[in-house]
Design a protein around this ligand. Structure first.
Ligand code: SGN
Ligand code: CA
Length: 537
């Protein structure tokens, strides 16, 4: 009942845009907040089993929650390039993290700028070339650092004292304070909670009393899934006790099965000032002691999982608090009504599911991402949307809300009709995914997901197919590809996959991605050398 009333309110708002008076209403402002590796499992608007994120959740209470939001290629740079262009990686040219984004192509900020928007980006960029289409940019080089981070401000190296999530928000607020006249488009890209999850000092005591339950699939044996078997993001064995679990190297031991990354961790921890280091070590002292008591590999694996979750969620808490700061600013300055706020992550992440950390795979934890959208003038509050949406849809959606024509070559669809409560016919009922990067032992793959099934083809270096019945096996543990009962399903999905590859013009995939020949040159992502901004990492 309340929902119907809400929809009526929005319908009235939308209809009124034909009135001359309403036409004078300015174009919406846009704040696009994106974090790095923030899983929907750690966003309480989706599930509150891990953490409460009240500020992020507010966007859903006051706007819409996209329950089924996905990315086209679950990796940082590629996802960012898709959001900027509204095109798949094979068309925007940025397939893996080592590519260099071609900023001369058509992008969302370039179009909005031409339409009179003031445009800015602060925080993580990770596209290995300078941002284009922004009046103001102040970005982290590569992955950036958590403490006392360097930024590249319009091409100039600048170091800020403090914690990266707070600083990125400060920079966003500083810019906002000077740009309230014309419509603005501001991208706030947080580094957190990306690896190596260094929490802010004030959160170091959070979750000390919690024991996190292992996800059901934590002890996955990877049977029948060779690509999973060979990857190197396993919580058991691939987490580094200093870099990830924050142990001091004076406790370094060469015990079997323990991985250290001394240089990497010193590089990060060494950025803290002596005063910050004192607080840091004091807070972790009980962990240093706990680590020294660990005797077996099994104990180590269990302890490292707890350590991972604590620091990850401490970073998420800070992200949420900083979303709160941005929303408060909008409230206090009368900007909330006419500003579209999107919150999303560059992709999802494994938090122990399948025994993993990191992302990359087309499995649900990495492929799916949180997405919440608030726009009081055009989106009724409290909506929970079931349609499959993708990061591919962000650019067309924002252009649509801004009243700008969506270029024909953008491959996503505008979510505006879904959000505005207009009847929508022919919304996508299947999604196409293509991941290329081979970092950390992963295998390039593409696939299709429908409401019921997921079919994945791994092609380099592993050559294998996987099929999941998501209704019967939502956790994706049983590969049914060779099960004769599913032969017809496989056949139909392969046909549908081809149709999507043609629709999205993935010509390489249509031609057939070939597994590497023994001794031959492997297909895959070519690294390009660049001295441009954002290159490191
Ligand atoms: C770094 C991380 C990896 C991560 C990649 C890509 N290792 O290499 O865990 O997968 O970035 O992440 S770290 O030890 O350097 O932190 S992405 O989000 O930028 O694509
Ligand atoms: Ca990421």
């Amino acid at each position: 009942m309340k929902r119907a009333a809400n929809l009526l309110v929005v319908a009235a708002i939308l209809c009124s845009t034909t009135d001359t008076a309403a036409q004078k209403v300015s174009k919406p402002n846009i704040i696009f907040i994106m974090t790095d590796d923030h899983g929907w499992q750690a966003t309480s608007a989706y599930t509150d089993s891990l953490i409460r994120t009240p500020h992020i959740d507010r966007l859903a209470t006051e706007g819409a929650l996209m329950k089924q939001a996905y990315v086209t290629n679950a990796l940082c740079g590629p996802s960012r390039a898709v959001i900027l262009t509204g095109k798949y990686s094979h068309l925007n040219g940025f397939k893996g993290n080592r590519e260099q984004f071609d900023g001369s192509q058509q992008t969302l900020p370039r179009i909005l700028k031409k339409e009179g928007y003031q445009t800015a980006i602060v925080g993580k960029w990770h596209l290995n070339s300078n941002p284009t289409g922004f009046d103001y940019w102040n970005i982290l080089p590569g992955q950036g650092n958590y403490y006392n981070p360097g930024f590249i401000k319009m091409g100039k190296d600048t170091v800020y004292n403090g914690y990266v999530t707070d600083i990125t928000t400060d920079l966003a607020l500083d810019w906002l304070k000077d740009h309230q006249q014309a419509p603005f488009f501001l991208m706030v890209h947080q580094k957190a909670p990306h690896r190596n999850q260094m929490p802010p000092l004030e959160n170091l005591d959070l979750f000390n009393d919690r024991t996190f339950t292992f996800p059901e699939t934590f002890f996955d044996d990877y049977r029948g899934r060779p690509a999973l078997q060979r990857q190197l993001n396993k919580m058991a064995g691939d987490l580094e006790v200093d870099h990830d679990s924050k142990m001091r190297c004076d406790t370094c031991t060469t015990r079997d099965g323990i991985k250290w990354a001394r240089r990497k961790y010193l590089h990060e921890a060494g950025r803290l000032t002596p005063a910050q280091q004192e607080t840091w070590h004091k807070a972790y002292q009980h962990e240093y002691e706990a680590f020294s008591r660990i005797k077996t590999k099994e104990e180590l694996r269990r302890w490292q999982y707890q350590r991972y979750m604590e620091d990850y969620l401490r970073c998420v808490k800070s992200v949420d608090d900083n979303v709160g700061r941005l929303l408060q600013y909008l409230d206090e300055n009368g900007l909330a009504e006419n500003t579209i706020v999107i919150y999303t992550s560059d992709q999802g992440v494994f938090l122990g599911e399948h025994g993993l950390f990191d992302k990359r795979f087309m499995y649900g934890e990495a492929f799916r991402t949180p997405m919440l959208i608030r726009y009081p003038r055009g989106i009724a509050p409290g909506q929970r949307k079931d349609q499959m949406v993708m990061n591919l849809d962000v650019a067309p959606t924002l252009l649509d809300f801004a009243g700008v024509a969506i270029p024909d070559d953008m491959q996503g669809a505008s979510m505006k009709p879904l959000l505005a409560g207009t009847a929508v016919k022919n919304w996508r009922d299947k999604m196409y995914y293509h991941y290329y990067d081979k970092g950390f032992g992963t295998t390039a793959h593409y696939g299709i997901q429908t409401v019921r099934y997921k079919l994945i083809r791994f092609y380099d270096p592993v050559d294998a197919w996987e099929l999941y019945d998501l209704e019967k096996d939502p956790k994706e543990m049983k590969n049914l590809y060779t099960d004769p009962h599913y032969a017809k399903v496989v056949e139909e999905l392969k046909r549908a996959l081809k149709v999507l590859q043609v629709q999205y013009k993935d010509t390489e995939a249509i031609a057939g991605m070939q597994p590497p020949k023994k001794g031959g040159k492997k297909p895959g992502v070519k690294a390009k050398k660049s001295k441009a901004a954002g290159k490191k990492g």
